[in-house]
Design a protein around this ligand. Sequence first.
Ligand code: ADP
Ligand code: MG
Length: 729
Amino acid sequence: MSIDLTTPVQYVKGIGPRLAEVLAAKGISVVEDLLYYLPFRYEDRLNPRTIPELMPGEMATVIAEVRTSGLFRTRNRGLQIFEMTAGQGRHTLKSTWFHAPYLKDKFQPGQLVALYGKVDQSTKGRGALVMTQPQFEILGMAEDGASPEEMQSLEMGRIVPIYEASGKLSSRWFRKVIHGALSNLSDDLPDAIPAIVRGHMQLMPRQQAFWHAHWPDEGESFPLLQSSRTPAHQRLIFEELYFLELGLELKRRRMRQQPGIAFQVTDPIRQAVKRILPFHPTAAQKRVMKEIASEMQQPTPMRRLLQGDVGSGKTIIAFQSAIIAIENGYQVAIMAPTEILATQHFLSARRILERAGYRIVLLTGSLEADRKRDTRRHIASGDAQLVIGTHALLEEGVEFAKLGLVIVDEQHRFGVMQRLKLMRKTTQVPDTVVMTATPIPRTLALTIYGDLDVSTIDELPPGRTPIVTRRVPDDRSDEVWTFAKKVIAAGNQVYIVYPVIEEAEAEQAPADSPADSKPPGTGRQQLKAAMQMYDQLRTGPFAKARVGLLHGRMDAAEKEIAMSRFQRGELNVLVSTTVIEVGVDVPNASLMIIEHAERFGLSQLHQLRGRIGRGSAKSYCILMTGPKITPEAEQRLDTMVATTDGFQIAEKDLELRGPGEFFGTRQAGMPSLRVANIIRDRDLLEAAKKEARYTLAAPEHEVSPEERNRALKYLQSHWNRRYGLVEVG
Ligand code: ADP
Ligand code: MG
């Protein structure tokens, strides 16, 4: 039976309704999905090795016959070892697996097995060779219905694809089923990418790409295969990225077609904008302000991402942009992720914009009902010109009279949808700036924020001394406290940060720690916690200093008191959790001590460290670590010591955690890509963006209307199914 890409998988040979359900749970529902389930590696069984030619140290594939197997216990430490001996004629090769009782009845004498692994010199038995923990496949049994000949032709004598097994579905099963699907696929697959784009990218035909990616030709380069760099892979990856970018580009265009506000930037306004500056702006700040001001003058809605490392001075840009909107008779909303930060913005806005006489209000969740009602009334009447707040701004009942500009600070803390909600609170489409201090690697900016324009502050204000970062094991905490006392004696302030609030929580990983940060076997490790350490520190090492406590479970008023006492210099030490992670600005603080630093994510550490190094005193960040550190945590800590460059850190973080985790679970805007990897494939991503824009803008003799429609139709039918997660405002 001939099938096409849209055929439900249950009609593919070897898959029935029951397995179709199992596959559906993996997101595989039609043939196209199945074909996108690419092998994660390949094995060269074209030239499997004979046992005598094996060399110690090499990776090799050996096909041999099972002779004996059994489970043993080592004498000294009682380790369970499974051993299997396989042979080719009179030559034999032993394989061992540690802790593998599950292999007990796996092999039967006479079975043909393919073994893939590292060849080692055995410690006993006069230099005999062994394979330690090889991956294996039993080839001899035609357990799933295929004839032995048929199986063998897929399993041997060629480059064999290895698929990620899933429950009962083995790599072999996928191999057989996908091979079957490919063989029965109708001959001419529709290709929704316009011909001229295929030409630019020299894409091979789709069908050929599927075949080659699953069943490479004999001559295919192994390194290219393993790194997904064959023309077949590149074609499939490009295709995925192209349609993603096409979708984003379309959204972007739609947004631009809505009527926006064309703000006037007259000379008096320009003067007003300059007048508020409490310092000389950096060149980068000037450039970014120009970009924003000129786009605000356009009659289309501005959608801009303003990124700049912690401390690069984004706040003043927000205030300056606000002045333009207010002077044009519009209201401005600035939304911050925490009450602390909203309050801080409110206080600096009052300080900086005071002379201009604007009416500024603060709206947070903890306001008393009366105050809240009052504030809302001022917002609804248009009386309040600058509204600063938290999520409370998004609540029902908050109506703006004439909202012209929305600024969202620390964007990564908000779901993208929330941004939308705020914008809908008005009949005109306001301009939007989202500010983020988590520098977004360009690759991510191209995907998740693909519909936004990007402005970057890539320069720190002058006079900052680089922060010195050191790692110290926590059994040397006495030295750290002594150092902190010196810093206090010199008149500077200290943050001490803990991963959890109370010791009771210490048995679980904190909710906001990266997934890998709980090394095996440390689940019950005692974590020092902010509350307990606060008591210990203020009665012990810092008995003579003034110590404050700040954590997320305190109520808003308590938080504000602690924060403002620290801000005014009334506290020498602030013991805290990550609530101070974002935006807090106390230039006199010059030392940050982070306990259990191995528990924090890389971006989080960077954000925390960004709280210091803001004043004239030399600043220090001390990463204290517990005894058990995973290799990944090691890399995070090393990166922190090696660099303070937020972009480098973000790239490393992305590399370590992968794009899905990069923004944490709160950020649901990340597309789930199946063959592309935006880190590995960043070149193709750039190309895809370019080609997507071109597709929509090209003249008719280059991309015909039929071709464009075909691409858009394909996009439409796939957008929800494939990129359902993407919701980019
Ligand atoms: P972020 O980009 O992290 O939000 P802020 O806007 O809070 O940074 O600025 C960090 C600190 O640097 C603030 O104390 C701010 O007043 C100061 N600052 C910003 N720009 C300049 C500048 N051009 N010259 C001197 N100080 C500046
Ligand atoms: Mg900020």
